[in-house]
Design a protein around this ligand. Structure first.
Ligand code: DX5
Ligand code: ZN
Length: 222
């Protein structure tokens, strides 16, 4: 499978959101990544349902909603109704993860689980068959523009290995500090979806930045 690119609108200009969504519509992006932060699970607050609905009104690409919130079950239906096509919850925020995943699927959404940098991939062994996607955080969640954590390569390799055994259709998404330097190496380890905020929106031409990520080639392991 060719990898997918999901620009994160956390780095967009919120006063010109329609313009930035239209830029993504006109680009080679596959999904639009939507970061929801509650000021509890992560030390930052982003935006809520009215903004997601407004984005959805203009978006021609599926919304990939990343919930960085405690007890996400309370709001899954709201995010579905606001236009989410995929919903990703955090392993660390879900004491009853199996139930949460079933609920996301019942809503008709793609179900994902995100892992913080310190959470081992092996903890997903007994749920991986039920998942459509695993999101490996390559920074600590909460803010855009942070430095990519090198241990991510190893974690992507580990989840790819687990998916070989139990779920070969799994989307393996990486989120945080992604650019054209680390993306090709992550492809080698098995990543197939890239979230990118700063490297897209701070580029001189975001459309070109998205295209470069989309075509980030496979390089040899050095
Ligand atoms: C961080 C968010 C990311 C963020 C990525 O908590 O989950 O999606 O927008 O931004 P960059 O690409 O700037 O690291
Ligand atoms: Zn995210």
């Amino acid at each position: 499978m060719n990898h997918l690119v999901a620009p994160s609108i956390l780095a967009a200009d919120f006063a010109n959101l329609q313009r930035d969504i239209e830029m993504i519509n006109n680009s080679e992006a596959d999904w639009i990544h939507v970061d929801i932060m509650d000021g509890m699970f992560v030390p930052n607050i982003s935006f809520g349902f009215p903004v997601v609905s407004a984005v959805n009104k203009h978006a021609t690409k599926p919304l990939d909603v990343h919930l960085m919130i405690v007890d996400p079950d309370r709001y899954l239906k709201n995010f579905k109704d606001a236009g989410a096509s995929g919903i990703t919850v955090h392993y660390e925020a879900c004491p009853h993860l199996h139930r949460t995943i079933q609920y996301i699927k019942e809503l008709g959404c793609r179900a994902g689980v995100a892992l913080n940098p310190a959470t081992p991939v092996a903890l997903l062994k007994d749920i991986i068959r039920d998942l459509d996607m695993v999101l490996i955080m390559s920074v600590n969640p909460g803010f855009g523009g942070q430095k990519f954590i090198e241990n991510t390569y190893k974690k992507v390799f580990d989840i790819k290995e687990l998916s070989f055994k139990h779920n070969t259709d799994l989307f393996i998404e990486v989120d945080g500090g992604i650019d054209t330097e680390n993306a090709p190496k992550l492809v080698i380890e098995g990543a197939n979806v890239f979230v990118a905020g700063s490297s897209v929106f701070s580029a001189p031409d975001p459309i070109v930045a998205i295209s470069s990520l989309k075509h980030a080639g496979v390089v040899s392991r050095s």
